[in-house]
Design a protein around this ligand. Structure first.
Ligand code: GLN
Length: 315
């Protein structure tokens, strides 16, 4: 079947799946329509295929983390960023309070401790605020201006005791400085950027298209830093399910507690699913099912050797 029919068929297949629960740790997230369901694909040439609740907006949450990590890499270079935050999976919950590696760094930029540390690095050029820098970064990938969802930002601030605890420990270990409150609020803001499933797919298509937004043609990240982003989401993008995800699905992907999953097929396309009912690890249940099926149907696993590259292509 062609991709468009396949996406439609997967949508029909899982439309009535009501398993899982919406996130309850951030009160604003528990108020969404639990049954929303959208699948969007954006090709590396900008063509879009979309089905379901494609106009429904939701907050990007942790799917912002790889993009802001990319921003820090662009601003400081990977050696500096790696001296602050490691690149190893933790095997622990994303909001664990907190575990540092033997060099005193958060394990990786996809768990909250590492992401808050990365966001604290972000600088703004003289004419912009740090908020604008962060939202501007996400917007460049999406190819349109993304806005902050203020109720979610407020809710994260009011209910974020665990993140405050993480931030204070980061300060205790001199990873955050005196701007703790401002740094943490910037992190809450990046998580509260409002997107549709097609925005996410377009952000992923920018990653799939060598860091260049396929529609606006804006270069959002250098090829080298793009490789770092994709490597990190391959090994750490799906919380403590990342190993199983690579084993079964084999593609770089990132998940968020609002119910989004973004999966990138480098050079080809990105797939985004929005479905807020989550499993115990915080991953969208229908999101995982759709991504797994698409990977199998089209043999997308990056380590699949059943269609090997021809030697003549590389000699
Ligand atoms: N804002 C959420 C938090 O910090 C993001 C978590 C997530 O999507 N995994 O807890």
């Amino acid at each position: 079947m062609k991709l468009k029919q396949e996406i439609q068929a997967l949508y029909e297949k899982y439309k009535n799946d009501r398993s899982g629960e919406v996130n309850k740790s951030i009160p604003a997230l528990s108020q969404v329509n639990a049954d929303s369901f959208a699948i969007s694909v954006a090709m590396a040439n900008g063509k879009v295929i979309e089905v379901g609740d494609i106009n429904t907006t939701f907050t990007i949450q942790s799917i912002s983390k790889p993009f802001i990590y990319g921003l820090a890499l662009e601003q400081y270079g990977s050696d500096f960023v790696e001296s602050k935050v490691g690149i190893e999976p933790t095997g622990e919950d994303f909001d664990t309070v907190i575990k540092l590696d033997d060099q005193g760094r958060p394990y990786n930029p996809m768990v909250n401790s590492g992401a808050i540390a990365v966001t604290s690095l972000v600088n703004a050029d003289t004419k912009k605020s740090r908020d604008e820098e962060v939202l501007g970064c996400l917007s460049n990938y999406a190819g349109r201006k993304l806005r902050l969802h203020s109720p979610t930002f407020k809710s994260e601030k009011e209910s974020g005791d665990k993140n405050y605890a993480i931030a204070h420990l980061l300060k205790h270990f001199q990873i955050l400085g005196k701007n703790l409150k401002q740094d943490l609020e910037l992190y809450f803001k990046q998580c509260s950027a409002s997107v549709t499933s097609t925005d996410l797919a377009m952000m992923g298509a920018t990653l799939a298209n060598n860091g260049v937004n396929p529609v606006t043609k804006k270069e959002c990240v250098s090829p080298e830093n793009l490789r770092h982003i994709l490597s990190i989401i391959l090994t750490c993008g799906m919380y403590n399910y990342s190993g199983e995800w690579v084993f079964d699905i084999g593609l770089p992907a990132k998940s968020g507690v609002s119910g989004g999953i973004l999966m990138v097929v480098p050079g080809l396309m990105a797939i985004s699913v929005y479905s807020p009912r989550l499993d115990k690890r915080g991953n969208s249940i229908r999101g995982i099912k759709v991504c797994e099926e698409l990977s199998k149907i089209y043999n997308l696993h990056i380590l699949d050797t059943s269609s090997p590259k021809k030697a003549s292509e590389i000699l």
